[in-house]
Design a protein around this ligand. Sequence first.
Ligand SMILES: Cc1cc2nc3c(=O)[nH]c(=O)nc-3n(C[C@H](O)[C@H](O)[C@H](O)COP(=O)(O)O)c2cc1C
Length: 369
Amino acid sequence: MLEGGRRRLPWRLFLQMSVTDQVIECLLEAARWAASADNMQPWRFRWDGATLRLLFIDDGKEGAFGIDSPATLLAFGGVIENVTRMAEATGCQLYEAVIFPAGDDKNCVFRCRIDAAAPGAPRADWRTHPLFSRHTNRLPYADRALPDELVGELAALAQGEARCRLLVDAPSVQRWAGLVREGSSLRFRNRLAHIALDASLRMTEAEAARGDGLDVATFFLPPGAKSMLSYTRSWPRMAMLNRIGLYKLFASIEADLVRKGPGLVLVTGAAGRQGALDAGQLLVRAWTRLNQAGLAVQPYYVVPDQIFRLKDGTVPEEARAEALALERASQAALPAGATLYMVLRVGYPKKPAVRSRRLTLSEVAAADA
Ligand SMILES: Cc1cc2nc3c(=O)[nH]c(=O)nc-3n(C[C@H](O)[C@H](O)[C@H](O)COP(=O)(O)O)c2cc1C
């Protein structure tokens, strides 16, 4: 199930670890396998004997998401969700998740108590926890309706003000496919977004083996598309081809699978830091649940991303009117006052996905950030 650079402790060594070490190992593994935008894993984890800290790592690259960007906060929310679920499964009492303690803008802190009265070591099968099976599937999905009960099941999930809603009716799916196309058309003309995507791409097996970034083996690439992707990695080249409308072609390709359905899940929540963290928790909870039910999931962040960029001023002047129109159209399709955090394409898989990798435990469980 899990591949890539995951560090597996030899069984005998695991038996020699103290109960606390074993529990912390489970929590760190749960944290490490969380989802992040472009699989950039902008974090390190530090256990100091009483507190598990999640530290933001700023790679300093132009275009990278910062500590307060909703993309980072969604990913942090996903870590909180994974750690919380694993703590429950291992009898470790997570009695506090302090997000960004006062005076510290980079750390999210979990305080854990290993319950002395609990049976002790984590169950031998903790690695089969559903959180490790959550994954992205970017391939086309089967033309098969989703189960009716999923609508109610997803609507019942909540975290703070975050909610998710499953859309299966054709007009709604087409409406959102149109918004994804518009968001994507803006994205392919955005220099910063293009540079960030380029920095995350892993085109070869050797590059993917580094354990972070977007392994192109996980993409759905029709014949010729990989060469096209390579060719357009340079922003000046992309900008030049955009003059003859390349961004429109890319945006149509990106929206095409959304248009084919069968369903979409919208994750919404309150605006602001806590709202984004809650949405990230709920996103991962719903996603894990969907994968557990045998459904495939692909996030499309492009619509919320362009709207957030409009707010932080990173949409180029000439595209602002279009981004504003996207914001209005997306707002009109949402409950009043809700902030859109994610659009998920959901369906029955035709084929299993190639799984993304992760940085190793020793790389992310750093003694110092
Ligand atoms: C905030 C956020 C934004 C994401 N945006 C996209 C997206 O627009 N398109 C996509 O295919 N995957 C997207 N993903 C999925 C990540 O690329 C994926 O989770 C990561 O590569 C790890 O792979 P896994 O989900 O299979 O574990 C996003 C994930 C997060 C947390």
